[in-house]
Design a protein around this ligand. Structure first.
Ligand code: GLU
Length: 412
């Protein structure tokens, strides 16, 4: 089943539980706008190569749409649409004044030179120019994109407008109007929600064994913060595979290794494992923070964790969800667990619109307030309705967007 089919199935179940008006339910199943663009670039060897890019705006009901841009060989319209819809729910759950969007270019960024990446990014930004803007749709990084790519998008948009417009993208370099704390925000949010979920389960954080799939911007920061909170990170992985050591891994040493351009499996004190083996390791906490669709009907029975915290978007298929729930494994869903990134994106946008910047402590404490508030409300709703946390999170988010849709009415 595709990620879009999975997310629509989840939406349909929640719509039924909420007793949503069928026309409003139908409205929420469809993205507001989907743009497919051709992105031709000149390669370094002076040949013409053509890529396909997307920007899907699922909803603008609660405000301008917000969401990242992904560069990955598997990007397609189905995936981008599902991820855009997830952004609508994520922003609504966090009570941010945003709708949801997502973009992507089907490419392998690791195979492009820096100059090719710049040309690809600037051409893609030009093609989506008409539908983005600080009052319209605000991109950010996602898998395969970073601060430098945001800087190029900001520059391309600004050159075409004839003025510097920092608020058109978030997670820019701090020098260009980026927010302090934004780079770490998603991983920080994962660590906060992990601590809160462990407290809810009555399990000690100190000494808890953590397994993290993905050692990028989300996984490496979450691993570092969780080990600072007293957890023992026993395995991590990247695209090339994983490394495990039951005694615990030195996360700072692993971060240094990765900064030096090496793979985590080159870490000397551990056993090399595959990404599949990693998901089945004995641990208390499992953090999938890489690709979607990693926990499936095929491996859900072998998962040994007590708690799963979804750092990635859509890492658990519908069937896996049911199997894990039946086995009593507690899941903090993506739209709650990884919302730290978009929360601090919101702070960045607010700072850019005001040209007034905050201290990092202020960013982090406001992040904690919003995220913990949403966590407690979601847990309360889950208890009240007798449902799991994913269903409760979706119920809260979908009902907010549905109520706003009704209040605004259908144009014309
Ligand atoms: N790509 C991130 C996400 O999936 C961040 C989006 C944003 O900051 O707009 O939440």
């Amino acid at each position: 089943m595709s990620i879009m089919a999975t997310e629509l199935e989840r939406l349909d179940a929640v719509a039924e539980r909420l007793g949503l008006d069928p026309p409003i339910h139908q409205h929420l199943r469809h993205p507001k706008r989907s743009l497919i663009v051709s992105v031709p670039i000149r390669t370094d060897s002076d040949e013409l190569e053509i890529f396909t890019g997307y920007r899907v705006q699922h909803s603008m009901t609660l405000g301008p749409s917000k969401g990242g841009i992904r560069y990955h060989p598997d990007v397609d319209l189905d995936e981008v649409t599902a991820l855009a819809m997830l952004m609508t729910w994520k922003c609504a759950l966090m009570s941010l004044p945003y709708g949801g969007a997502k973009g992507g270019v089907r490419c392998d960024p690791l195979k492009l030179s820096s100059r090719e990446l710049e040309r690809l990014t600037r051409r893609y930004a030009s093609e989506i120019f008409l539908c983005i803007g600080p009052d319209r749709d605000i991109p950010a990084p996602d898998m395969g994109t970073n601060e430098q790519i945001m800087a190029w998008i900001m520059d391309t948009y600004s050159m075409q407008r004839g003025a510097t417009v920092p608020g058109v993208v978030t997670s820019k370099p701090v020098l260009l109007g980026g927010s302090l704390g934004r780079v770490e925000a998603t991983g920080r949010g994962v660590a906060y929600t992990t601590a809160e979920a462990m407290a809810h389960l009555g399990l000690p954080l100190s000494g808890a064994r953590v397994v993290v799939q993905g050692f990028g911007n989300v996984g490496s920061v979450a691993a570092d913060l969780l080990s600072g909170m007293g957890c023992r990170v026993v395995a991590v992985s990247d695209v090339h595979g994983g490394i495990t050591n039951p005694e615990g891994l030195d996360i700072r040493a692993l971060q240094a290794l990765v900064r030096a351009g090496k793979a985590v499996r080159e870490y000397p004190e551990g056993e090399v494992i595959t990404n599949e083996e990693l998901l089945e390791l004995s641990c208390e906490i499992l953090v999938p923070a890489a690709l979607g669709g990693q926990l499936t009907a095929g491996n859900a029975r072998a998962v040994q964790a007590r708690l799963i915290v979804e750092g990635a978007n859509g890492p658990t298929t519908g069937e896996a969800d049911r199997l894990l729930r039946d086995r009593g494994i507690f899941i903090v869903p993506d739209i709650l667990a990884n919302a730290g990134g978009v929360i601090v994106s919101y702070f960045e946008w607010v700072q850019d619109l005001q040209f007034f910047f905050w201290k990092e402590d202020e960013v982090n404490s406001r992040l904690r307030d919003i995220l913990m508030g949403a966590f407690r409300r979601t847990l309360g709703l889950a208890r009240q309705e007798g449902v799991d946390l994913r269903t409760a999170a979706l119920m809260e988010a979908v009902s907010r967007v549905a109520r706003a849709t009704k209040l605004r009415g259908i144009y014309p």
